[in-house]
Write a protein that binds this ligand. Structure first.
Ligand SMILES: [Zn+2]
Ligand SMILES: [Zn+2]
Length: 373
């Protein structure tokens, strides 16, 4: 009863992705069969490729899919075949956390995004006759077709290329959401961003939209700092600069209103925290490696009213936030095209290599269909 589709299988930890035919079930209740036309690659995919989820392999990763709805399961009235959608993270939209307006912290978030199966534990994908781990972020978008849930699909117009829109589902929404939703940055406030990758650069674009008076970018790579400047950073610093913390405190006259850690390293979080002003907020966006995630903070620094907050997925509701980012893009205020480079699906390992060697900020895979009914 499965449909043959093509997917990029991870067969060994840190191994290459191998594209092969897999069987995908028909959509169950509340699910959408989506033909993926594009998928971004996010650092979280690479962290899981390095073994973070400890899934029995093979697994199909990918969680920045965009495409076209082909069929809908029972109970789906808000989507129809032909709709263009961006896929994001899954939330149940019913628990107390979701009802409180914070679906990124949904009580079913683990089961629905990281278990390698549907939230109910079943497997929608089979390979060589046996069920395999997929449903990553209730999509597993390194495939020509996926089963998404109506809760993690967002309808968008067909006017903007899916290759540009796909990364809105995770990386870009995370950076932009932190600034616009979690921080609610106001005109005239200052932001310091540590790490000018996809997430950090999206935060910088959002800070410009919000009217920040100064936007500081810190990175190891001079080319990324140049791009950060083009996208709205007012001041850029190499992370290797001696006495950087002191310099940033001076530049911000005692600390920034907001600082963002977009790297996932304890020493970077410490630095971001130290350059946050009293009563300011330091946000953590970077995903640390499990064996290097303990951080030491100055309690004196914390006592002066500073906040330190972890932020998942920008603390946004993708159903409303992604359309907002699409509008900003259409107005020319969120120039996604400056961050992405497109690759054929078959070149997925080249895309990963370019990401790891920092020659591309946001690789986006182009899928050319495949066969399914
Ligand atoms: Zn929930
Ligand atoms: Zn991601």
């Amino acid at each position: 009863m499965g449909h043959p589709v093509r997917a990029a299988l991870l067969q060994e930890v840190n191994g290459p992705f191998v594209i092969d035919e897999v069987e995908l079930e028909s959509p169950r209740a509340n699910e959408l069969l989506v033909r993926v036309t594009a998928s971004g690659i996010c650092h979280t995919d690479l962290t899981y490729r390095a073994g973070a989820g400890r899934f029995p392999l093979p697994v199909v990763l990918g969680h920045e899919g965009a495409g076209v709805v082909q069929a809908v399961g029972e109970g789906v009235t808000d989507f129809a075949p032909g709709d263009t959608v961006v896929l994001s993270y899954f939330s149940c939209r019913a628990c107390a956390t979701c009802a409180g307006g914070h679906p990124a912290y949904c009580q079913q978030g683990y089961a629905g995004n990281f278990s390698g199966a549907r939230p109910d534990g079943t497997f929608p994908m089979r390979w060589r006759g046996a069920p395999i781990r997929s449903s990553f972020f209730h999509q597993s978008s390194f495939a020509t077709h996926v089963l998404a849930h109506r809760h993690n699909a967002v309808k968008v117009g067909a006017s903007v290329s899916p290759e540009l829109l796909a990364p809105l589902g995770c990386g870009f929404q995370t950076g932009a959401g932190a600034v616009l939703e979690a921080f609610k940055l106001q005109p005239g406030q200052q932001l310091a961003v540590f790490g000018a990758g996809a997430v950090g650069l999206a935060a910088i674009m959002a800070a410009r939209v919000a009217g920040a008076s100064s936007i500081i970018a810190v990175d190891l790579d001079a080319r990324r700092l140049e791009l950060a400047r083009e996208l709205g950073a007012t001041d850029t610093f190499l992370a290797t600069q001696p006495d950087l913390t002191k310099t940033l405190l001076k530049r911000t006259r005692g600390g920034a209103d907001f600082a963002l850690e977009c790297v996932g390293l304890p020493q970077v979080l410490r630095q971001a925290f130290d350059v946050t002003r009293p009563l300011g907020t330091c946000g953590l966006l970077g995903l640390p490696s499990p064996d290097n995630s303990d951080v030491t903070l100055s309690m004196m620094g914390l006592l002066v009213g500073k906040r330190l907050v972890g932020i998942l997925e920008g603390d946004v509701d993708p159903k409303t936030f992604i359309p907002r980012l699409v509008s900003l893009h259409v107005e020319g205020r969120f120039p996604l095209e400056k961050l992405s480079r497109s690759y054929a699906f078959e070149a997925i390992n080249d895309a990963v290599h370019d990401m790891e060697t920092r020659t591309v900020i946001k690789p986006v895979l182009r899928m050319n269909g495949g066969h399914t009914s």
